[in-house]
Ligand binder design. Structure first.
Ligand code: GAR
Length: 214
């Protein structure tokens, strides 16, 4: 199986990027991050990428008069590297079809809720305010909606009565760091097939609950 070439889009801390880099480096996944792009100049994620010698770029939205032009620039940078998949890892911008058609590779995202619940910003706060007993994270393919694409894997965490946004976010984040590399690993093994909205994990022969709750 060929080594996957990944582009990662970030906006901030980059702990998911770090988890993926660690799994690549440790040989747990047959993939490499070949380029990192950020819409924020001071994203810690850019530092993490630079430390690993990965080409990393801040593409400043303020330098472009329209979203279309901004996205075309992102596409141009990404397409100058050959990539198999594009991962959104805490990238806090909604991308349009200009971007998706431009990059021509599947896009994945990680979101800190059990989708389709609590899309958009502050998913952990939304979960607490709603009063759910369980939350978690979702890795999904990106489509034209906001957090609406086909779900690949989810992981569940309990929500406790005394949870704060911070404590719940931390609990979810631990699962994110396990789940995103796991999905990349499955991709690198060619085990993920998308049929309409349904995502099949080839050869696991398990219910999705068993896959996710181990
Ligand atoms: C993560 O919790 C990720 O799920 C979330 O932002 C955080 C980024 O953390 N993404 C979204 O909310 C996207 N809608 P990180 O920069 O440390 O990986």
């Amino acid at each position: 199986m060929k080594r996957l070439r990944l582009a990662v889009l970030v906006s901030g801390r980059g702990s998911n990027l770090q988890a993926i880099l660690k799994a690549c480096k440790g040989g747990q996944i047959n993939a490499e991050v070949v380029v990192v792009l950020s819409d924020q100049e001071n994203a810690v994620a850019l530092e993490r990428a630079k430390k690993e010698g990965i080409p990393s770029f801040w593409v400043n939205p303020a330098e472009f008069s329209t979203k279309k032009e901004y996205e075309e620039k992102l596409v141009q940078v990404i397409n100058s590297f050959t990539v198999d998949y594009l991962l959104l890892a805490g990238f806090m911008r909604v991308l349009s079809t200009v971007f998706m058609r431009g990059v021509k590779v599947p896009l994945l995202n990680i979101h800190p809720s059990l989708l389709p619940a609590f899309t958009g910003l502050h998913a952990q706060r939304q979960a607490l305010e709603y009063g759910v007993r369980y939350s978690g994270c979702t890795v999904h393919f990106v489509d034209e909606g906001v957090d609406t694409g086909p779900i690949i894997l989810q992981a569940v965490v309990p929500v406790y009565p005394n949870d704060t946004e911070e404590s719940l976010s931390q609990r979810i984040l631990q699962e994110e760091h396990r789940l995103y590399p796991k999905v990349v690993q499955l991709l690198s093994e060619g085990k993920i097939r998308c049929e309409g909205r349904k995502v099949m994990i080839i050869g696991e022969g398990q219910t999705s609950e068993k896959i996710c709750l181990n």
